[in-house]
Design a protein around this ligand. Structure first.
Ligand SMILES: Cc1ncc(COP(=O)(O)O)c(C=O)c1O
Length: 412
């Protein structure tokens, strides 16, 4: 059978769901608080936590989780060197001092020795981030945090259903935050879903949630439209006939833009957090979340299976992972010694790929601090996405494995 071009990623919605969300967003009420509460409870149950709270973005859930602590200006918070820039912006808005700790190239979590030496008397909080759906060895990390009385926020936006010793990530710290933004495995057209077992924290966060302003219908419609366009563009036949050829044309003019997941994002500090970040999570999003919760696990299984098949056949190219973990491989990444040449070879073999679309926040030139994070630098520059999502056929997976082997031979 002819090999169709393979997209680098997918949207975890059917097109029918997209269209029905679009129609609902045009006409249905958005602010039914009871429905949002129902989803919050279901999501907390799903994670095995006592409480759940929905915010408009993960960055805002993180912002309030830190704000309630009323830390004095200059208090240090340990952060991952790679994540979205908005998280750095909310941390700086609160007057906190980010301290970047390098990651381990095999687990993508903090390097435990570097973490231990970064903690000072002024360190009060830590943001543990599970990159690309991989779970590090959490026992020593959490023990270290506890020994130093750190307030632990887990950002499991990329790792829903990831586990450590049979317990879901997001439930190890004081609060866990999941971003249900577009292209995530549970995608509710945006949202920051927070879970906690701490009754005091929960009540304080409820007060902050009350401060949020009414949701904007036009903003939600825009998000659904973008999601629908992405979904259509990555539908296999459309991708094969139109999207991939178009991407190739773009790449011949702007190779960097193509390589960075089609988004050179803004890299400058923001003066004030935008009001649009502080709107309530809508009941339409909650309804979508409720309907998607039941299918995430199945799709995870398929993706994990695909990912393991590819990883095992060319194991030396991939981060190895840690013991006692369930990695969900939201995005499977492989390391290449010459990533731009590898990207070309992948593309010539009908496989779309890119380097991460996240930002290396530890080395942003317009911010007044820099972190020394060589492993993160390597991940940022040398890791490429390898398609492994549900929907790939056996033929696709075999084709990906053969291509990776060829690239390895050519880069030896
Ligand atoms: C690690 C991580 N945190 C947070 C987010 C998104 O957060 P927000 O909901 O604020 O857009 C993402 C999105 O890609 C992410 O990868």
């Amino acid at each position: 059978m002819m090999q169709l071009n393979i997209p680098r990623g997918i949207i975890y919605h059917s097109l029918f769901q997209n269209f029905s969300s679009f129609v609902s967003a045009l006409f249905k009420p958005l602010d039914n608080r009871k429905l949002v509460k129902k989803f919050e409870r279901k999501f907390a149950d799903y994670l095995g936590c006592k409480y759940g709270l929905a915010f408009p973005f993960a960055r805002i859930a993180i912002y309030y989780s830190l704000k309630l602590k009323k830390y004095p200006a200059g208090t240090e918070i340990i952060m991952p060197p790679i994540t979205i820039k908005a998280i750095l912006d909310v941390v700086l808005d609160l007057g906190l001092k980010p301290v970047f700790v390098d990651i381990d190239r095999d687990t993508l979590g903090f390097d435990i020795n570097k973490l231990a030496s970064a903690i000072t008397v002024n360190t009060k909080a830590i943001l543990i981030t599970y990159l690309y759906g991989m779970v590090p060895d959490l026992d020593p990390m959490i023990d270290l945090c506890k020994a130093n009385h750190l307030y632990v926020i887990e950002d499991f936006s990329q790792c829903l259903n990831g586990e450590y010793k049979n317990k879901k990530v997001g439930s190890f710290g004081d609060v866990g935050v999941y971003s249900s933004s577009s292209i995530k495995t549970l995608d509710t057209y945006g949202g920051g879903l927070l879970v906690t077992n701490d009754t005091d924290l929960y009540h304080q966060l409820c007060e902050y949630q009350e401060e949020l302003i009414a949701p904007s219908r036009s903003a939600l419609i825009k998000k659904i439209l973008i999601n629908t366009i992405r979904n259509m563009a990555t539908t296999r036949l459309i991708f094969h006939l139109f999207t991939f050829p178009l991407l190739k044309i773009v790449s011949s003019f702007k190779p960097q833009t193509y390589a960075r997941n089609l988004g050179e994002r803004d890299r400058t500090p923001i003066r004030q957090l935008p009001a649009a970040w502080f709107t309530r999570y809508t009941s339409l999003q909650a309804k979508v979340g409720l309907s998607l919760l039941s299918k995430v696990q199945y799709e995870d299984e398929v993706r994990i299976h695909n990912s393991n098949e590819i990883r095992e056949s060319v194991a030396f190219m991939f981060p190895r992972g840690a013991k006692d973990t369930r990695n969900v491989f939201w995005q499977t990444i492989a390391y290449f010694s010459e990533p731009s040449a590898a990207l070309k070879l992948l593309r010539n073999s009908k496989i779309d790929s890119a380097t991460t679309s996240l930002v290396k926040i530890s080395t942003l030139p317009k911010y007044s601090f820099m972190g020394h994070t060589p492993n993160a630098d390597m991940v940022y520059e040398n890791a490429l996405f390898i398609p492994a999502y549900p929907g790939l056929s056996n033929q696709d997976i075999k084709h990906i494995i053969v291509t990776l082997n060829n690239i390895y031979q050519s880069q030896m």
